[in-house]
Design a protein around this ligand. Structure first.
Ligand SMILES: NC(=O)C1=CN([C@@H]2O[C@H](COP(=O)(O)OP(=O)(O)OC[C@H]3O[C@@H](n4cnc5c(N)ncnc54)[C@H](OP(=O)(O)O)[C@@H]3O)[C@@H](O)[C@H]2O)C=CC1
Ligand SMILES: Nc1nc(=O)c2c([nH]1)NC[C@@H]1CN(c3ccc(C(=O)N[C@@H](CCC(=O)O)C(=O)O)cc3)C=[N+]21
Ligand SMILES: [Mg+2]
Length: 288
C-alpha cells in the first residue's frame, strides 16, 4: 500500500470534541441546541442512518427529536409537521431523511424547511448562496470531504479535481466547494465520454456514483488523491464504496476507506451545522 489513509472516523472524533465543548457552552448560556429528524417510512438503511444521527447528537450534547411518519403519509402531513417545527423556537435544525416515498415531492418538502434551519443545506436559498460565495449552511457530505482534504494538508489551488456524479446533494455542491478552493473542476456523469482519459489526468478524484468497484486502479494517476463518497452493499452484503479500494490503494497518494471515511464526516458536519443554526438564532434574538 503506497497511499496514505485519510481516516474520517478519527477526524470526526477530533472535531466532535470541539462540537461537544461548544454545545455545552451554548446550553449553559442559552439552551440546548436541538436537531429534529423526520423519517417517513421504514426503509431499513434510512433507519440505520437516522439512528446513527440521533446517537451522534446525544454523544455531543445536542438534543435530538426523532419524528417518524408512516410510509403512506400524505405530502401535506409532512409539510404540516415541518411547519410546526419551523415555528418551534426550541428547534434549531430540521433534517428530512431522503429518499422520500415516491408520492411525495422531495423538492417541495425541502423548500418548506425554514432556510435558517436547513442543516442539510439543500434549500434553494442555501444552494444559491453557496454558488454565489455567500454565507450559508453548507451541504454536509461535500463539506466533510473538504475538511478531510484540509486535514491531510492537501492544497487544492490550481489542482485538477474530478467529481464523479452530479447529484444535487453530493456531486454538484462538491464541485462548487472545490471551485471555491481554486481547483480546476471537472464534473463527470453517466453521459461523460472517455471517462478514463479524464480521470487519469486528475490530481484529486471524488467518487459519488453509487456503484461498487466503479473507480479502478487503471483510472487513477499514480499519487492522486482519491475520496470515496459511495455507500453501497456488495454481492455479499458488505458495506463498500465506489472505489476498488484494494487495488487503488497501491497507486493512489491518499485514499479514504468505507466504512470510516466520508460517512462519519457527513454526520459530523450535520452536528456542526446544527450548532451554527443554533448560534445564529441566539444571536438574532440578542439583536432584537
Ligand atoms: N458518505 C455519505 O455521507 C453519503 C454517501 N452517499 C452515497 O454516494 C453515492 C452517490 O450518491 P448520490 O449522489 O445521491 O447518487 P445519485 O444516484 O443521485 O447520483 C449518481 C451520479 O452518478 C452518475 N453515474 C451513474 N453511473 C455512472 C457511470 N457509469 N459513469 C459515470 N457516472 C455515473 C449519475 O449520472 P447521471 O446524472 O447522468 O445519471 C449521477 O450523477 C451513493 O453510493 C450514496 O449512497 C450519498 C450521500 C451521503
Ligand atoms: N436528508 C438527508 N441528509 C443526508 O445527509 C442523507 C440522507 N438524507 N439520506 C441518505 C444519505 C446517506 N448518508 C450517510 C451518512 C452517514 C453515513 C455513515 O455514517 N456511514 C458509516 C457506516 C454506517 C453503516 O455501518 O451503515 C461509514 O461510512 O463509516 C452513511 C451515509 C446521509 N444521507
Ligand atoms: Mg440521490
Amino acid at each position: 500500500m503506497t497511499a496514505q489513509l485519510i481516516n474520517g472516523k478519527d477526524l470526526s472524533q477530533q472535531i466532535r470534541k470541539n462540537i461537544k465543548e461548544k454545545a455545552s457552552q451554548l446550553t449553559e448560556k442559552y439552551r440546548q441546541p436541538c436537531l429534529a429528524v423526520i423519517l417517513v417510512g421504514e426503509d431499513p438503511a434510512s433507519q440505520v442512518y437516522v439512528r446513527n444521527k440521533v446517537k451522534s447528537c446525544e454523544d455531543c450534547g445536542i438534543k435530538s427529536i426523532l419524528q417518524r411518519l408512516p410510509a403512506d403519509s400524505t405530502e401535506k402531513e409532512v409539510i404540516d409537521l415541518i411547519n410546526a417545527l419551523n415555528q418551534d423556537k426550541e428547534v434549531d435544525g430540521i433534517l428530512v431523511q431522503l429518499p422520500l416515498p415516491k408520492h411525495i415531492s422531495e423538492q417541495k418538502i425541502i423548500e418548506t424547511i425554514d432556510v435558517a434551519k436547513d442543516v442539510d443545506g439543500f434549500h434553494l436559498h442555501n444552494v444559491g448562496a453557496l454558488s454565489c460565495g455567500l454565507p450559508c449552511l453548507k451541504p454536509c457530505t461535500p463539506h466533510g470531504v473538504i475538511k478531510m482534504l484540509e486535514s491531510a494538508n492537501i492544497d487544492l489551488e490550481g489542482k485538477l479535481a474530478l467529481v464523479l456524479g452530479r447529484s444535487n446533494i453530493v456531486g454538484k455542491p462538491m464541485a462548487q466547494l472545490l471551485l471555491e478552493k481554486n481547483a480546476t473542476v471537472i464534473l463527470a456523469h453517466s453521459k461523460t465520454r472517455n471517462l478514463q482519459k479524464l480521470t487519469l489526468q486528475a490530481d484529486v478524484i471524488i467518487a459519488a456514483v453509487g456503484r461498487p468497484l466503479f473507480l479502478k486502479a487503471e483510472m487513477v494517476k499514480p499519487g492522486a488523491v482519491v475520496i470515496d463518497v459511495g455507500i453501497n452493499r456488495n454481492s455479499e452484503g458488505k458495506l463498500c464504496g465506489d472505489v476498488d479500494f484494494e487495488n487503488v490503494k497501491e497507486t493512489a497518494g491518499f485514499i479514504t476507506p468505507v466504512p470510516g471515511g466520508v460517512g462519519p464526516m457527513t454526520i459530523t458536519m450535520l452536528l456542526e451545522n446544527t450548532l451554527i443554526a443554533a448560534e445564529n438564532s441566539f444571536q438574532k434574538k440578542e439583536n432584537q
